[in-house]
Design a protein around this ligand. Structure first.
Ligand code: FAD
Length: 400
């Protein structure tokens, strides 16, 4: 079997389907192929099963990339409102959870159905499951790209080839390094990859075992690292720290450096402790005014390992100021992350200097496009990653 199409999109996830829809609407013959047998599993599991499909406040500042300006053009041409319009056209009810994050009221399956229907309306053809064994270029140099794919369904040919195979996170549901390998095959640079939006872990003894041993305790904190700061919940787990504030900061964390946790972001802790300097109560008891009881006890045990617990009035003013400084800047150095099995996204990807920000086409390989998470554009937590998938898919869809 030898099939020829105008456009082949590899990866039927968020970005791939959006690109196929746009190209199909322009009258291009489009084939969408994926090695998975179930469609868009990542959308299905996203947002706790309700898909946080966009964020109303999407701005380029919500994305990490070696070239922070790269995402501007695509984001400006396909905005959160454009996707909301599509959601409303399909009668999907949604709500804002917090901070501009929009979720389906019912199920993320509705977003998959929306994309599937739009693909069908645009005449997109499918090959699923389909394994691509080899990609070659028929015309080299700068002539319009024609690509030949050897697959387990036969030979497929296309003028434009779009790589939308996503990142490395959650290999259990089909993530693969395919996109990075294709980039490598065509001499296109890939920036260093690491799991992001991921829990942070601690080696035994690093984080006081007393603090680490409180799974389920949540604290409203401001967590900072490498110039970024996020004020959200932090969650203690068996292996370390998780929760939105930690997932966000994990994208900025590098091995070996500490994260800084402000446990009392709304308070002047020094003034507060000094107000109580004549108290005969225990420090940990006082701290429970603002922090969960079990955590306050464990935290005091951790930072005052050498000093036995004592009433507040036994501390010097300097001692109280030091404790206040620790409450505002608890420094801990993670030993690692929970890895791609738990990460929501992959940080890094196809180097944006290799791509046109208008079309997502590779500068040195005409006809080859990269979109979505495989590109070195990584969003914050909160619907930004889907917005990038829609916007980059839409951008490429106008040109393939
Ligand atoms: P994907 O959606 O990952 O799609 C890639 C497709 O390529 C897949 O269908 C895969 O099967 C296919 N593929 C891979 N390798 C091959 C190959 N070798 N051959 C053929 N096909 C291949 N983002 C948000 O904005 N909001 C959320 O609520 C949210 N929740 C998330 C929850 C979890 C648990 C996870 C893991 C991620 C979440 N994300 C969320 C991130 C978001 O899912 C991704 O950023 C987004 O799906 C990326 O879209 P994509 O199309 O680039 O890649």
């Amino acid at each position: 079997m030898k099939i020829k199409k105008d456009v082949i999109v590899i990866g039927a996830g968020a970005a791939g389907m959006m690109c196929a829809i746009e190209a199909g609407k322009r009258g291009r013959s489009v084939m969408l192929l994926d090695h998975a047998s179930k469609l868009a599993e990542k959308i299905r599991i996203s947002g706790g099963g309700r898909c946080n499909f966009t964020n109303r406040h999407t701005r380029p500042e919500n994305f990490l990339s070696h070239n922070p300006h790269f995402c501007r053009s695509a984001l400006a041409r396909f905005t959160p409102q454009n996707f909301i319009t599509l959601v409303e056209k399909h009668g999907i009810h949604y709500h804002e959870k917090k901070l501009g994050q929009l979720f389906c009221d019912s199920s993320s399956q509705q977003i998959i159905d929306l994309l599937r229907h739009e693909c069908d309306a645009a005449g997109v053809e499918w090959q699923m499951p389909c394994r691509v064994n080899n990609i070659s270029r028929i015309h080299a140099g700068t002539a319009p790209g024609r690509f030949m794919l050897e697959t387990d369904r036969g030979i497929l040919m296309a003028d434009s080839l779009v790589i939308a195979t996503g990142g490395l996170s959650i290999p259990q549901i089909g993530a693969s390094p395919f996109g990075y390998r294709v980039a490598g095959q065509f001499g296109i640079t890939v920036t260093p990859l690491q799991p992001a939006l991921v829990p942070l872990t601690f080696a035994q003894g690093q984080l006081a075992s007393s603090v680490a041993g409180l799974p389920g305790v949540a604290i409203d904190a401001a967590v900072s690292c490498n110039g970024a700061c996020f004020r959200e919940n932090l969650l203690l787990t068996h292996r370390g720290l998780s929760g939105p504030a930690i997932l966000q900061i994990s994208s900025y964390w590098q091995p070996g450096i500490p994260i800084h946790i402000n446990l009392l972001p709304d308070l002047d802790a020094a003034a507060w402790l000094l107000d109580h300097r004549h108290s005969t109560g225990l420090l940990s008891k006082l701290i429970t005014q603002y922090l969960p009881r079990r955590f306050a006890q464990a935290w005091c045990d951790d930072i005052m390992r050498d000093q036995p617990a004592q009433p507040i009035n036994r501390y010097s003013e300097t001692g109280l100021r030091q404790i206040a400084a620790q409450l505002h800047n608890w420094q801990i150095t993670p030993s690692g992350t929970a890895g791609y099995k738990k990460a929501e996204v992959t940080l890094g990807g196809v180097d944006t200097r290799e791509l046109s920000s208008k079309t997502m086409e590779a500068r040195k390989i005409p006809g080859l496009y990269f979109i979505g998470e495989v590109v070195d554009v990584t969003g914050h937590l909160g619907g930004f990653n889907f917005q990038w998938a829609w916007a980059s898919g839409h951008a490429a869809g106008q040109f393939v």
